[in-house]
Design a protein around this ligand. Sequence first.
Ligand code: NAD
Length: 322
Amino acid sequence: MTILVTGAAGFIGNTLCLALLKLGEHVIGVDSLNDYYDPMIKHARLERLARYERFRFAQVDLADAGALEKAVSPNEVTHIINMAAQAGVRYSLENPSAYMRSNLTGYLNLLEFARSAKNLKHMVYASSSSVYGDRADGPFSENDPVIKPVSLYSATKISGEMISQSYAHLYGIPLTGLRFFTVYGAWGRPDMAYWIFTEKIFKGESIDIYAAGEMSRDFTYIDDIIDVLTRIVDTPPKSKVPHLIYNLGNSKPTPLMDLVHVVEKACGQEAKKNFMEKQMGDVSKTFADISKAKAAFSYDPKTTINQGIPVFVDWYKEFYNI
Ligand SMILES: NC(=O)c1ccc[n+]([C@@H]2O[C@H](COP(=O)([O-])OP(=O)(O)OC[C@H]3O[C@@H](n4cnc5c(N)ncnc54)[C@H](O)[C@@H]3O)[C@@H](O)[C@H]2O)c1
């Protein structure tokens, strides 16, 4: 396989590149290296891949039409994994155009690239649990309607799934969409709660707890995701229109305050807390039904936050020399 991974400097894309390289695959990574969060982290992640001769990297903004084709010949690619996106719910209130640019224009450009890739066997793309909107029930199933986004981020992710369906239908591009549920772990994302709590605790600053802590998330450990992703990549859908969507969560919603306590324990310090109102765009709960991915790929997430968060905190301390 020669696998094009977009978002190769991002949290999930980069960790996946490393796993694929360890498995002996050829990997071409692209990323715009934007400054949504500290690009130093993105450069440090890329350094992990640099020692592999089977890896090459190009700085590409997928939203620039033709930029990807200048860096990568479509015919050299057999598989594509799209992890590039403007992520984050809250930032979509501040900078909506970044979401339209990366998640819609950039994604369309990538699908056009896929359309011209004559040796392409499969394209996998990241969607999100946010497509389910703000629901109090659960677990959320892939069969549930996804028509009530409560943030622009969610709206672009639903749109990505719709655009994928049209390209699978029109051009027969084999596509698999993955709805990730709050993925966390070492080399993670600085805009996410577990990172912000850790950072603030070590700086002695107070942490903001939204919705007075009345929220829960289906936290999913990065290694559980990477394990199944390496199998999904080589398994194109066999359906008539070759497009399937899977939830990749943990199926165990965890109250936000439980996360706070686990982070405090791992940091060895109690946090000063500001209890705040629920933020616009936030959902109260995420809860994945993972039976479809279990049946198709023997997906079996095992890691609890009691195991995964201390690994993240240890990594964080080493990375920042704390
Ligand atoms: N981490 C999670 O909990 C989570 C949950 C649900 C969905 N997702 C989705 O999974 C995917 C990967 O997320 P992540 O956590 O690794 O995020 P990330 O922000 O760490 O990685 C995304 C990468 O894409 C790059 N990028 C953004 N726009 C680009 C463009 N136009 N062209 C090229 N590169 C571009 C960024 O520079 C970044 O390095 C995203 O689609 C995200 O929406 C993540």
